[in-house]
Every structure is written in C-alpha cells, then in structure tokens.
Design a protein around this ligand. Sequence first.
Ligand SMILES: Nc1ncnc2c1ncn2[C@@H]1O[C@H](COP(=O)(O)OP(=O)(O)OP(=O)(O)O)[C@@H](O)[C@H]1O
Length: 328
Amino acid sequence: MTALLEIADYRLAFDTFDGTAQVLDGIDLTLEAGGTLGIVGETGCGKSVLARSLMALNPMPPARVVSGQIRFRGSDILGMSDREMRRLRGRAISMVFQDPASYLNPLLAIGTQMEDAIRGQDAAVGERQRPRAAARARAAELLAAVGLPEPARLLDSHPHQLSGGMRQRVLIAMALAGDPVLLVADEPTTALDVTVQAQVLALIARLVAERGLALMLITHDLGVVAAACARVAVMYAGTVVEEAATADLLSRPLHPYARGLIAAVPDLDHPERRPQGIAGSIPSLITPPRGCRFHPRCPVATERCRSEKPLRREILPGRSIACHHATP
Ligand SMILES: Nc1ncnc2c1ncn2[C@@H]1O[C@H](COP(=O)(O)OP(=O)(O)OP(=O)(O)O)[C@@H](O)[C@H]1O
C-alpha cells in the first residue's frame, strides 16, 4: 500500500551571502493515512523548513532542492507545477501556523475572509465558485465544528475583536474548508496563553480523530507531541536522529540527543531533580560538523562519529536511530 506521505533522502539548501546552508540533510519520513507524527527539535533544526516543503512554501531562491522526493499519494510534489500545487493546497494538504494574527487581514470581517478562502479553493481545483451565501453557510458550519459559539455573529467580527485562541480556531476552521487529508501544524499553540494552548491542542486532536486526518505537528515542546501524536521524529541540525512511537521515545529515548532533550524537561513530580540541558549549541549549517552533526555535543562521540555520518537504521521494530553507538 502506498503511504500518504513519503519523504525520501530530501535535501534542501539555502544559498545565502555567507555561503550555502545545508538546512535539510537527507530527511526520510513516512506518514500513513490517519497517522499522527510530531517533529521535535531545538530552534533552527529545520522543522519549519520541512513543514513548508510539503506545501512548496519555501522561497526558491534562496532555497534549492539538492536531492530527494516528497511523494504525496505516490506523486512527487517537488516536481509539481504551481497549478497542481494550488490544487493540493487546501484540498489535500492544509497548514496551520504559529501566529494566527499574521494570517488574518485586520481590515476585513472574518466572514469575508472565510468566504474568499472557500471560493478561492473552488477556483484552485477548477470548480465553479460557489455563491457568497453558500460560502458563508460553509464558513458558519466550519466555525461551529471548531467549537466557536455564535458563528453568525463571529462572521461579522473583525480579527481584533477575537482573542488569540479564537483567531487560531478560525484559522483551523479555514484549514478544514477543503476537507484535507493531511494537516500540517507548525507550532500551532506556541503563541497562545498556556490555558488556551491546551484547548487548541485538544481541538486539533479531536478533529484529527473524528475526521481521520493525518497530522504532522511541528513543535519544540515534547508535552505537545505526547498529547497529539502517536509517533515522533526528533530532528537535529537538519537530520532525523530518532523516530519512534511517542510513548517509547518519552519513556526510553535511545539517541544521545533525544536523551538530552528529554532530560532538559523539568520533572514536575520530582522538582528536586534539576533538568539537565544539552551543553553547546546547534552548529552552523553552512559549515556543519563532518560525520555525525551532533558529535561536538555528544557525550558518547568517538573518532568514527567525527568522520562517518551515521545512517538511520531500525534497531527495534518501528524504531530507528541515526547513531553509530545506538543499541536496543
Ligand atoms: N528564507 C531563508 N533564507 C535563509 N535561511 C533560511 C530561510 N528560512 C530558514 N532558513 C534557515 O533554515 C534553518 C532552519 O530554520 P527553521 O525555521 O526550519 O527552524 P525550526 O527548527 O523550525 O526553528 P524554530 O523552532 O525557531 O521555528 C535556520 O538555520 C534558518 O536560518
């Protein structure tokens, strides 16, 4: 059976004034229909660039595909024309971003923006644009689906009249407009208050379960992954270093970087145990370390790690690690 999404040996570089940054360095990931995958890692490790790759949203140039494929239902999206990509966006793959305010026009009522988006999608897939009234009815239905009360009144409101959490719900509603099969959420709760974060995350988890959506959730927060994703991929400096069932990774991380990430999370049950950070910082992607990109920070690095890049291999069923020293 073909996976919904297959990313194979995907390398992406950014040509900058300072040199070429090798931002994604051979990503391999698979997501089945209805599967939920969290992507975690420190800031700058390439999570957002990877998410944006799924919708051709990285500016090219400066970005440049060096190698690999991103197959969605078997077709490589990297070779798609703008027209094909527009068809895919919204109808098959939809995205929710970190900062809801910047994706809504402050001057237009929510209803107008949702109608425009819904009718724009009709046009993108080559269908006759539905009348405004029909688009408005659809918008109200979507607002109700994301738990927003009084949709009719909300449609007449402007973005500044809504709280941050409500704005993010509006954007999630818009992301659902074309009945996508894959939702890509890039730090969807990071800009929100803590209490609202949990509500929005619960909403995403509910929608994913009810609609059988596949989810790729980008976050730096392992708690967010635990709440919404069955599987998790840990990224470091443009590579996936470990991929596993979320519960397995959280209870027993095997890659030294994954161990460090988890050790850095405060343990609320044992406040006396001080969280251990990972010494050092992420490397330059213009002159990345040879061999394993994590070796300068790794407590178990050896000579081999300095010269030979570890390939990710399955060391337990459903669990793969890119480390020369990993043992099950
Ligand atoms: N338009 C661009 N031009 C040049 N470099 C870029 C561009 N966009 C991203 N990068 C580089 O790609 C790398 C990865 O960035 P990315 O935003 O994917 O990281 P991230 O893991 O999502 O971090 P964060 O959690 O802070 O969003 C960074 O080194 C960044 O500087």
